[in-house]
Design a protein around this ligand. Sequence first.
Ligand SMILES: Nc1ncnc2c1ncn2[C@@H]1O[C@H](COP(=O)(O)OP(=O)(O)OP(=O)(O)O)[C@@H](O)[C@H]1O
Length: 280
Amino acid sequence: MGVAVEIEGLTKSFGKQTVWSDVTFDLPPGEISVLLGPSGTGKSVFLKTLVGLFKPDRGSIRIDGQEVTTLHERELYAVRRRLGVLFQDGALFGSMNLYDNIAFPLREHTRKTEAEIRGIVEDRLELVGMTGDGDKFPAEISGGMRKRAGLARALVLDPELILCDEPDSGLDPVRTALLGELISELNAATGATFLIVTHDINTARTIPDHIGMLYLRRLVAFAPRAEMLASDEPVLRQFLNASREGPIGMTEEKDALEVARERERELAVDDYRGDHREGP
Ligand SMILES: Nc1ncnc2c1ncn2[C@@H]1O[C@H](COP(=O)(O)OP(=O)(O)OP(=O)(O)O)[C@@H](O)[C@H]1O
């Protein structure tokens, strides 16, 4: 079953650069949440902070009620055992075949026999649709297969919280959709809590129960999917509609002049439509 994650007032900087500050929201247990945000807004840093790879400057992270920001390395190890993490490239060991890659956490963290390990690895390979692929090496398979193998490995210790950093990066639209479906199925099968960082709007529009968005060093919102998709908040509207018009620009923050020009253009179009409206 999935765990609840409560995040309160979380702030992270590197030197003088604040990545995000005062981030507060709860990941509901057993549900899928997606974290969005333009490039460089600190989504990966956020996941790495959750797993304890970065220490926040301030704030708290409670996983299943346990404060994890103040834990020592040994205690963190016990918490990490309850997490499954899929980083961007699947992070498989190139020198091992998929079977050994997926067996690795079991051999490292448990005292299971090789026969028990075989049963679990085969089960996870089946879950991600890769039955019989265990003897292949990462270099011999496609990017999509590497992601699925990475997911199988993330699932091997029956995690209660699964964090995925852009599981769909580099995949074609069909495989992205299939991977999204797989994540929904895995969520239903395992009951784990999922947090997924993605740039894929289709994934965000279809898969999660909740959506959160980081922008300009803060959390703009975290709310149920339908509420976020219907939001009039300009940053959310622009991002979720993949629109060029709005506050988000190439350099993250458009200057005031650029936003004013866009607003003038919008008003001109509205005027034009008003002038040319057909009579009754
Ligand atoms: N170890 C680090 N030391 C210093 N700065 C870092 C470190 N890791 C990340 N950063 C900085 O933190 C900021 C956020 O980076 P991050 O990779 O989390 O963004 P992101 O939202 O995941 O971007 P993208 O969508 O492009 O993957 C960037 O400015 C990055 O340079």
